[in-house]
Design a protein around this ligand. Structure first.
Ligand code: F6R
Length: 261
């Protein structure tokens, strides 16, 4: 795991955007795994800017999102499909037919999860999976006790996640209590993973996920087992890490990061 700490949110977001753009330029037909949430809004704004100002090309790219709320239609303003259209897809030249999210209205939840996994397989798997981290340590909606081998499935959301996300709803009470999510095992299958976390409220859970034991109580800790995982933090989110000097040293000295310093 490479942990890169930047001085503020803007530099953390800029670096994450540059890493994604670099991957897309090297392989224009890549399959992106995408996340939603407050943290990613600035990242998508940066990618949109790169598309407008530098011609970053999404025309051949495919995407699969981590999750979607059970019961929300794609045109519901609180759905993750709506979020993705609003923050990214409507503003870049991606072909929307190549963008995928679980169908929140699927009649058969198990069937929808199997279909989603199969679509990912048919697309050749995820090349670069973007993830955030929730207060409960979730990636996607893999709440505590999610098996580390789990696949796409529908899950009940914890009270912590409901408190975290309900303020984003037009009416907090209407936030669904269940969601479809890629599993921890699905995320670990991606060829590379990029975790972006910013802000002081993430400091405790980031320290546990990165430096603590691998445990299904904190699904983000499973990323310690991934061979190609990069974590980008701002100073505030990194504040409780014990190994931060080593993280800085690695970023400054590993030739892999020459182009990004
Ligand atoms: C969203 C997702 C979640 C969020 C996490 C952090 O698609 O998968 O795991 O990344 O809840 O959300 P924010 O960025 O709002 O703190």
């Amino acid at each position: 795991m490479d942990v890169i700490i930047r001085k503020d949110v803007k530099s953390a977001v800029d670096l994450a955007a540059r890493i994604m753009a670099d991957a897309l330029r090297k392989r224009p037909d890549m399959t992106l795994g995408l996340a939603t949430g407050r943290t990613m809004e600035a990242l998508y704004a940066e990618l949109v800017k790169m598309h407008r100002e530098e011609g970053l090309d999404f025309s051949l790219a495919k995407s699969f999102n981590l999750d979607e709320y059970v019961g929300l239609a794609p045109d519901n303003v609180n759905s993750y499909r709506y979020y993705m259209n609003h923050h990214l897809f409507d503003h870049v030249n991606i072909d929307k037919r190549n963008t995928h999210l679980p169908n929140g209205l699927a009649k058969c939840e198990a069937g929808e999860c199997e279909r989603y996994e199969q679509e990912m397989r048919l697309a050749g798997g995820i090349d670069l999976q973007l993830v955030g981290i929730g207060r409960t340590g979730h990636i996607g909606f893999n709440e505590p006790l999610s098996p580390l081998t789990s696949r796409t499935r529908s899950v009940a959301l914890t009270q912590g996640t409901i408190e975290q996300n309900s303020p984003l709803f037009t009416y907090p009470d209407v936030m669904p209590r269940r969601a479809f999510t890629m599993g921890v095992g699905t995320v670990l299958d991606a060829r590379s993973v990029l975790l972006l976390a910013t802000g002081a409220e993430k400091a405790d859970i980031i320290a546990k996920a990165i430096e603590g034991p691998v445990t299904s109580m904190i699904s983000a800790s499973a990323l310690q087992m991934h061979q190609n995982c990069t974590v980008i933090l701002d100073e505030e989110a990194a504040a409780k890490l014990q190994l931060r000097d080593f993280c800085d040293w690695t970023f400054a000295n590993d030739p892999k990061w020459d182009a990004f310093r």
